[in-house]
Each structure stands twice: as C-alpha cells, then as structure tokens.
Design a protein around this ligand. Structure first.
Ligand code: ZN
Length: 134
C-alpha cells in the first residue's frame, strides 16, 4: 500500500528531531485514507530519552478519542534517532506491535517510513504531496 505525506509533515518531523536532539523526539502521524496530513508532537515520557522514546499515553488516548468522534485517523507514530540511522533499531523491533501502522523515523536529516507488519518492519514508499502544514 502506498503512503502519501505532505511536505508540511516532513518539515515538521525534521524540525522536531532537530529541536529534541540530543534526545529522541516522538509524536503521532494523523490523516485519512493513507494520506498523512499532520505530525503532532507528543511528550517523550521514556526515562532515557537519548536512546528511547515512549509516546505520552495521554496524547495517544486523545488521538483515539478524536478519531472516534470523526477526527483524523491515527495512521502511525514518529520518533528520531539522534545519532543513528532512519531504520528501526532492535529496541523498536521489540516494541513493535504489528498493528500495520506506519512508523516514521528521522535521522541524519532524512525521514524514512516503515510499516509495522506482522512479519516485522517493512520500508514503505512515501509519495510527497506539496501542501503546507496545518
Ligand atoms: Zn527507534
């Protein structure tokens, strides 16, 4: 399945990663029908934020609630690897749930998208749509 991402989302992801460094940033990917239109930053509540991330459960709860009320769908999650590569780490694989949502990983000034599938992470082709953040 193809993924489409707005240029505004990519800009937000790169900004968030730079802002949080040397710690990991994290947040939610929101949109509809496979089109990510919003990257929503969330607090990283992990103890060791330089090498771990844990999305604030309240942010997740709010996003699920909004989706049920007709708001944007929770399409996935994002986090950064301040000193690494934009590929899932061993820790990421341990924490993957196989729920088929998208994980965006930001590292070294680039963003890569991965599908959290039953068989593990699979890189996704993301098509960029020219649209400002909203
Ligand atoms: Zn990671």
């Amino acid at each position: 399945m193809d993924l489409q991402v707005t240029s505004g989302v990519i800009a937000t992801l790169l900004e968030e990663a730079a802002r949080a460094a040397p710690e990991e940033c994290c947040g939610l990917l929101l949109g509809r029908d496979g089109v990510v239109t919003q990257a929503r930053p969330a607090a990283n509540v992990a103890q060791d934020r330089a090498t771990r991330f844990e999305i604030d459960p309240m942010a997740l709860f709010a996003a699920h609630k909004e989706a049920r009320a007709g708001g944007p769908e929770l399409l996935g999650y994002y986090h950064s690897h301040p000193d690494g590569h934009p590929v899932p780490s061993a820790t990421d694989c341990d924490h993957a749930s196989g729920d088929a949502r998208t994980w965006a990983i930001i590292a070294g000034g680039e963003v890569k998208f991965w599908r959290d599938g039953k068989e593990g992470f699979e890189e996704m082709e993301a098509t960029l749509i020219d649209q400002a953040a909203r």
